[in-house]
Design a protein around this ligand. Structure first.
Ligand code: URA
Length: 209
């Protein structure tokens, strides 16, 4: 069963408060999302495997640890997920970045893929799928379907704020995908917004309405 991790580090919680605040402007919002994404990337990479190599310090030979795991991939869900990519790349600069674009079918209300582009060596990478908001879970589920369909095997999902409904739906659809969040909010409202949430993450990141 998928595990759910809530990152309650004080720096993440502090910055998240100003991300939520409606008077935070676009520039500051974008910077804060970037910073929180970096801090979350630090936490999410805690289980990366290490191996020992021999090096020469100026004093003597010694064994010291370096990362030995698979290569990484980041997959933002368009468009708001883009706001989290640079923050993660600061810590994992060699990661490749795929993209998934989804729209909501007006009749079925289900997310439909309109764009997908992933690194060629998809089966060899550990992926983090990112979207600031996990609301109903529909987009996250479909984005992960899209990645798995093309060979993605090792996948984590990371968001800033999640609704309990989204967490449950994602856990059920993808029990092999652990979920990393900065805050678990109360619920979804009738318009599909997370409450208390932060409003529309894409609009706030890009200054649109
Ligand atoms: N997407 C958003 O940007 N905000 C929400 O509250 C829910 C989904």
């Amino acid at each position: 069963m998928a595990k759910v991790y809530v990152f309650d580090h004080p720096l993440i919680q502090h910055k998240l408060t100003y991300i939520r605040e409606k008077n935070t402007g676009t520039k500051e919002f974008r910077e804060l999302v970037d910073e929180v994404s970096t801090l979350m990337a630090f936490e999410i990479t805690r289980d990366m495997p290490l191996e020992e190599i021999e090096i020469d310090t100026p004093v003597q030979k010694t064994n010291s640890k370096v990362l030995s795991g698979k290569k990484m991939g980041i997959v933002p869900i368009l468009r708001a997920g883009i706001g989290m990519v640079d923050g993660i790349l600061k810590l994992i600069p060699a990661a490749k970045v795929g993209h998934v674009g989804l729209y909501r079918d007006p009749e079925t209300l289900k997310p439909v893929e309109y764009y997908a582009k992933f690194p060629g060596d998809i089966e060899e990478r550990d992926f983090i799928v990112v979207d600031p908001m996990l609301a109903t879970g529909g987009s996250a589920i479909e984005a992960i379907n899209s990645l798995k369909k093309r060979g993605g095997k090792s996948i984590k999902f990371m968001c800033l704020i999640a609704a309990p409904e989204g967490v449950e739906a994602l856990k059920e659809a993808h029990p092999d995908v652990d979920i990393y969040i900065a805050a678990l909010d109360e619920m979804l409202n009738e318009k599909g917004y997370i409450v208390p949430g932060l409003g529309d993450a894409g609009d706030r990141l890009f200054g649109t309405k």
